[in-house]
Design a binder for this molecule. Structure first.
Ligand code: ZN
Ligand code: ZN
Length: 361
C-alpha cells in the first residue's frame, strides 16, 4: 500500500494537520487519482474562516487536477476507457443518477445523496475525498474528463469549480449584449472572458480593487468601475450612456457581497436578468426594494455548482481561447502542502486570484 500525505482541517482558523496514511485498495467504480495541483477556492476560504460550516476533520480542496494513479474499469464522461497516467479533471460532486434531482429536475449537483469533494468528513485511510492531499479517490457517479495534453495544470485546475459554475449559470438565462459583472475574483474573470467570447459588446466589471480590475481588462472587460472611486449611482449614469438610456441586459453577481444585489436593480433594463452565483454562505442577507423587481419585470436567477456537461464545455472554452487569455496567470504563488497554513493566510489577503498547492513538493 502506497503512502499518501494529506492535510486535515480541524476547524475555522485552526492550523492544518499534515497527516500521512497508507492508501487502501479501491473498490469497484472508484478511481484513485494522483493530485498534480490544487487551488484554494473562495468556498475553501468561507469554510476556513467559519462563514460556513463543514464536518471536521476533513480534507478541504475541490479545485484540483491530477492523473489516474492505477488501472481502472471506470470510463470517462464520454464513455472512453481511462488509463493509468491520463490527466483528468472531475465534477466536484458524485451523484446517484436516479433521484428526482438527478433525473426529472436535471440538477445532479443537488443529488439527494450527493457527496462533495473537499466538504465531507473523512475516515482515513478509506476516504481520500479532498484535493489538498497527494491522492484523491473519485467515487462512482463522478463525471471524469480527460484534459488535452496542451493544457497546463495551471490552466486546468479551476475548471471543475469556478469556470463550470459560471458556464452553467449563464446557460439558463438570456445573456443579451450588455452585462455588468459584480466581483472580480476567479468567477468574475472567467465570466468576463466568456461573455466576450459569447459576443457581448459591453462587459463592465465592478470591484473594489484596482489591481483586479486591471486584470479584468486583460481578460476582455470593456469597462471597469472601482466602487471605492465611484458610487452605484455614478455607475448607473455611465451604464445608461452606454446602452441608449435603457440599462444593461444582465448583471452577474460573483462578489458574495449582499448589498451588491440592491446596487444592481437600477442598472438593469426593463425585463433584464440578474444571475447570482456568489451568495453561497448564510450571512448573505440584505434588504431589497421588491417593487423594483416587479415594476421592471426582472428575472432573478440563482445557480449553484453545475451539471457535469458544463465541465466538458469549460475544457473546450479554455482550449479554444488559451492563446488569447493567459489563464495560467490566474494561479498565483503555489505552496507545498506542508505550508498549507501559509497558503491560506496568503489566500485570505486576496492579493492573488488563486493560490495553488502542490502536494508533491
Ligand atoms: Zn469552489
Ligand atoms: Zn441523485
Amino acid at each position: 500500500m502506497r503512502p499518501a500525505r494529506t492535510s486535515l482541517f480541524h476547524g475555522s482558523n485552526q492550523p492544518f494537520e499534515i497527516y500521512q496514511c497508507k492508501i487502501e485498495p479501491s473498490d469497484v467504480g472508484e478511481v484513485l487519482v494522483k493530485v498534480n495541483l490544487a487551488a484554494i477556492c473562495g468556498s475553501d476560504l468561507h469554510t476556513f474562516t467559519g462563514r460556513r460550516t463543514s464536518p471536521i476533520p476533513c480534507i478541504l480542496g475541490h479545485e484540483a487536477v491530477g492523473q489516474v494513479a492505477e488501472s481502472t474499469d471506470v470510463t470517462d464522461f464520454n464513455g472512453n476507457t481511462l488509463n493509468e497516467g491520463d490527466r483528468i479533471t472531475w465534477s466536484i460532486v458524485s451523484s446517484c443518477g436516479t433521484c428526482l434531482n438527478c433525473t426529472s429536475y436535471q440538477l445532479p449537483q443537488k443529488c439527494e445523496t450527493l457527496s462533495k469533494y473537499g466538504h465531507a468528513q473523512r475516515s482515513l485511510p478509506r476516504d481520500l475525498n479532498g484535493g489538498f492531499a497527494q491522492y484523491i479517490r473519485l467515487q462512482p457517479g463522478t463525471a471524469i474528463f480527460r484534459l488535452p495534453d496542451s493544457m497546463a495544470d495551471s490552466e486546468s485546475v479551476s475548471l471543475n469549480c469556478a469556470l463550470s459554475t459560471v458556464i452553467a449559470g449563464l446557460n439558463v438565462i438570456d445573456i443579451g449584449d450588455s452585462v455588468v459583472i459584480q466581483g472580480c475574483g476567479m468567477l468574475g474573470i472567467y465570466a468576463t472572458s466568456l461573455l466576450r467570447y459569447y459576443g457581448c459588446g459591453v462587459v463592465a466589471v465592478v470591484d473594489v480593487r484596482s489591481d483586479r480590475l486591471k486584470m479584468a481588462k486583460n481578460f476582455g472587460a470593456t469597462h471597469t468601475f472601482n466602487l471605492t472611486e465611484v458610487s452605484p449611482d455614478q455607475i448607473n449614469d455611465e451604464l445608461l450612456a452606454l446602452t441608449n438610456q435603457y440599462g444593461v441586459d444582465l448583471v452577474v453577481e460573483v462578489s458574495g457581497v449582499a448589498s451588491a444585489f440592491t446596487d444592481s436593480l437600477d442598472w438593469l433594463r426593463i425585463g433584464g436578468y440578474y444571475l447570482t452565483l456568489g451568495y453561497v454562505y448564510p450571512e448573505a442577507v440584505t434588504i431589497v426594494p421588491m417593487d423594483k423587481i416587479v415594476r421592471k419585470c426582472l428575472t432573478i436567477h440563482g445557480s449553484h455548482n453545475y451539471h457535469p456537461r458544463f465541465l466538458g464545455d469549460a475544457i473546450e472554452f479554455v482550449q479554444e481561447t488559451r492563446h488569447q487569455y493567459s489563464f495560467n496567470l490566474l494561479i498565483g504563488n503555489t505552496y507545498p502542502l506542508a505550508e498549507i497554513d501559509q497558503a491560506f493566510q496568503e489566500a485570505i489577503k486576496g492579493n492573488q486570484i488563486r493560490i495553488g498547492l502542490n502536494p508533491w513538493e
